[in-house]
Design a protein around this ligand. Structure first.
Ligand code: NI
Length: 338
């Protein structure tokens, strides 16, 4: 068993090693992405502190109705699931959102995009594409204002005008809303209820708006989902599809989740519908410390000794790793590779 445990470290080592070229290649691919002109409302809004968000998350949970997905409810649904919901806010942005959509399409994954009315108005084609490709278009208000600071009529206007716009573009009235900063009060919850919508918050804040750095985003996901520690909890991940760094982070984040057997859930069916990153059910193992050069004899397990001893070593390659994973042989592949 010691050897098995040890060998699992290979996974971590190899994953980290493989994400580096991925990040580099992604950086090259998206090098042409120019610094984007963020919507001024969003930029100003994102300067609020994370502490404010946390405060509001707790408050909003107390105000939740059954259909709402506040932080507590999301934890109930996802914490023990080794599953994530992917959520993107503040778009669409023509310089970044299409790249996010390309990546999700390539991986056959679905996400929810909480769009701003002001951006949807400028880029209806991207909103249409989000919808047409099977993702959920959610309401993130028209101008990214802190709803809890507005009068009831203004709250209603922010929500309704965005719903109407999205419905005009996609033909479907949005079911989900994410108030900017997760900031809500009684009046906001009432307005959401009146529109017959469900509020969706998050449990994992990648802080991509703050770091604007793909490695930092990956680190936050790993830390908040407790992946490297081996606990591997589930969660709803908050990202923003308006930063090139988030585009560059997405593949490495999804690689990390996939290599730890996470599944992606849609927010409209967190308990039931699921789609695997890969179409195989691979054995569940999580990342642990391991020595690549461990002697299989230590395991005293005849099968492990036969499999691992005196076999020709081959170089770890991303393709080889993917193939082995599909066959359910990732552990053996990594243990035999050099
Ligand atoms: Ni936002």
């Amino acid at each position: 068993m010691l050897n098995i445990k040890n060998n699992i470290k290979v996974l971590l080592t190899a994953c980290v090693a493989l994400t580096i070229p991925t990040i580099l290649s992604a950086a090259t691919s998206y090098a042409s992405v120019s610094p984007i002109g963020n919507p001024s409302s969003a930029t100003k809004a994102e300067s609020l502190t994370a502490e404010v968000q946390e405060d509001n998350l707790e408050k909003s949970d107390q105000l939740c109705i059954d259909t709402n997905l506040g932080r507590t409810r999301l934890k109930e649904l996802l914490l023990n699931k080794r599953g994530v919901a992917l959520t993107f806010d503040d778009g669409p942005n023509p310089h970044t959102t299409p790249y996010i959509l390309d990546i999700l399409k390539k991986r056959h994954l679905k996400a929810v995009f909480f769009v701003l009315g002001v951006q949807a108005n400028k880029y209806p084609d991207i909103v249409k594409r989000i919808h047409d490709e099977g993702h959920i278009v959610g309401n993130h208000t028209y101008g990214h204002k802190n709803l809890a600071k507005l009068k009831p009529a203004a709250i209603k206007k922010e929500i309704e005008s965005t719903n109407k716009l999205i419905e005009k573009i996609t033909g479907t009235k949005p079911k989900f809303i994410r108030p900017p900063y997760g900031s809500v009060n009684k009046a906001v919850v009432e307005a959401i209820n009146e529109e017959g919508m469900s509020m969706v918050l998050w449990t994992v804040d990648t802080k991509d708006w703050h770091s604007k750095n793909e490695k930092a985003v990956l680190k936050e996901v790993d830390r908040q989902l407790h992946i490297s520690s081996g606990k591997c909890i589930g969660g709803a991940i908050l990202m923003h599809d308006i930063y090139p760094s988030t585009v560059r982070a997405l593949d490495p984040v999804l690689d990390k989740l996939a290599s730890n057997n996470y599944k992606v859930y849609s927010v409209d069916n967190l308990g039931n519908t699921e789609s695997d990153f890969w179409s195989v059910k691979a054995p569940i193992f999580c990342t642990r410390p391991i020595s690549l050069h461990a002697d299989p004899e230590i395991s005293r397990n005849p099968l492990m000794i036969t499999l691992l001893k005196d076999k020709p070593k081959e170089k770890v390659s991303q393709m080889g790793m993917l193939k082995a994973r599909k066959e359910g042989n990732l552990l053996i592949y990594l243990a035999m590779a050099r």
